[in-house]
Design a protein around this ligand. Sequence first.
Ligand code: HEC
Length: 284
Amino acid sequence: MSIRRIGLTLAAFALGLWPAAAPAADPSPELLARGKYVFATAGGCGCHTPPDAVGLNAGGQKFELLIGTIYSRNITPDGETGIGRWTDAQVANAIRRGERPDGSRLFPIHPYKYLANIADDETEALVAYLKSVKPVRSTVPPRALRIPVPALTVPTAPKVAPREGLARGQYLAGGAAHCADCHTPRRFDGSPDDTKFMAGGPGPEGSQPSNITAHLETGIGRWSEAQIARFLKTGVKPSGPEAFSLMRVVIRGTSAGFKDLTDADALAIARYIKTVPPIENKVR
Ligand code: HEC
């Protein structure tokens, strides 16, 4: 514990803020680097840093849905307007279970159906990274919904993330990288239509995510694993054109994105994507 930390801790104690506001031990640089990598595998949590954001993770992206309007929230460590006062467990619960410290629920536009699968070890690193970036004081407008917020039942995350191979690819694609969140079309009530798992169609914000099943004509069945992996890291398709729309957002990311995937992780995701059963669905 540094002298400054001890001072802060004593000050907090004197103010009667102990233990709620007591800063945790400084996270190690290794933990922060691992957390930044988890952030990269989540596409840099791009929705929380729209192009007009006042800073990394400061939120404010507006989503206009049939059922109302939602803004992505400030997830910087600012104490007033961000997540600065939340404990690590509270931040983890918001990310993975859609639960806020005040007991309210996040609308599942926050993809916790997928983020619920981020293993405990990687969640710990991710939370440490989120708390390490610059706090930005910025109040995001409240959401206005015409329906109650649904409660999704989510699985319990593994304790330790798979490290390699197909298991790693499936873990990333179905977790932090939330491929299916965009690539599986939704029903009227917003729930994913799993009969079209990864088969593309109308996606968030008027986007048209591609059919990424192994279907030869309407999917990416003709792409090799290496071509899929290269696309995830560079946005360049085998036929030449570059990724656009939301795919470009998650590849570029913010402070990190899919472009920062290790070669091994990009290939592991590609291997898994090749196992997704082909579904005929012409998107464009
Ligand atoms: C935030 C939404 C979003 C997420 C998350 C996302 N994608 Fe996409 N993806 C899109 C959109 C939109 C397109 C269409 C734009 C384009 O083709 O460049 C696309 C296009 C693609 C394409 C190009 C297919 C083609 O036929 O041109 C591939 C491959 C792809 N995504 C794979 C993935 C994989 C694998 C993941 C998870 C690791 C993923 N995407 C996560 C939105 C997303």
